[in-house]
Write a protein that binds this ligand. Sequence first.
Ligand SMILES: NC(=O)C1=CN([C@@H]2O[C@H](COP(=O)(O)OP(=O)(O)OC[C@H]3O[C@@H](n4cnc5c(N)ncnc54)[C@H](OP(=O)(O)O)[C@@H]3O)[C@@H](O)[C@H]2O)C=CC1
Ligand SMILES: O=C(O)C1=N[C@H](C(=O)O)C[C@H](O)C1
Length: 234
Amino acid sequence: MKLALLGYGKMGKTIERLASEKGHEIVFTKSGSSEEGLLTDADVAIEFSTPEAAVSNIKLCFQQGIPVVSGTTGWLDRYDDIIKLCKARNAAFIYASNFSVGVNLFFDLNEYLAKLMAPWKEYIPEIEEIHHTQKKDAPSGTAITIAEGILKHSEELKNWKLNEQDDRSIVIKAIREGDVKGTHRVDYVSTIDTISIKHEAHTRDGFALGAILAAEWLVNKKGVYSMKDVLGLK
Ligand SMILES: NC(=O)C1=CN([C@@H]2O[C@H](COP(=O)(O)OP(=O)(O)OC[C@H]3O[C@@H](n4cnc5c(N)ncnc54)[C@H](OP(=O)(O)O)[C@@H]3O)[C@@H](O)[C@H]2O)C=CC1
Ligand SMILES: O=C(O)C1=N[C@H](C(=O)O)C[C@H](O)C1
């Protein structure tokens, strides 16, 4: 498979290493300041850039007819526009706030627990995410997906808030420290006890391998998909 990498930082370089080990060829790379190769030579693009750059990178792929897998977080206020454009252009697109298989299993576990806990009103859900100090967005895209999974099964809770809690909202506590790759925990807290589930990424390889899997799956397809389609979790 011929791959384009839009965003050539920590994730772009991890994807390059693991995709090469799998026998794929990198034909195009783009960072903030440089470009190498030709995007149109690629079978599929993988986009891990910045919240500011993601939308124009994805649009560029649609214009060139290249299927695109995007993992960039912090741009989702434009998600609906991108989906409309993808459909209008008969393009191919997958976005995931987290591509690792472990986190996608964790998303299902989170929803299972949310359903189980819904009748037990004395337990209040809280989310904590910890990431490295270079991360630009807060809360993490993964924490937002986790919050949405809880909200789906709750009658009382209507939204999430960053570092703030009230009767209608789930608090997401965002912590930035050291070189933490990504840790997410959900606590159901009562005065008597706490029930917790946690996912801790030890390296970025899980995110990168999941994105490569999504790219392999998306080649020659049209339409909008999710990691649930790729992993057969629907
Ligand atoms: N969905 C998932 O599974 C995961 C998502 N992420 C998300 O992916 C994104 C990138 O993470 P990470 O690799 O750690 O970040 P880095 O800061 O290490 O890399 C970002 C890269 O984007 C480049 N960039 C800046 N502007 C543009 C542009 N206009 N076009 C193309 N590239 C550009 C930067 O180039 P330069 O250095 O020249 O500015 C840099 O190479 C973040 O939003 C992060 O939250 C991260 C891990 C997993
Ligand atoms: O910026 C990161 O590093 C990560 N970002 C993603 C997010 O915002 O959820 C995924 C992962 O946690 C690492």
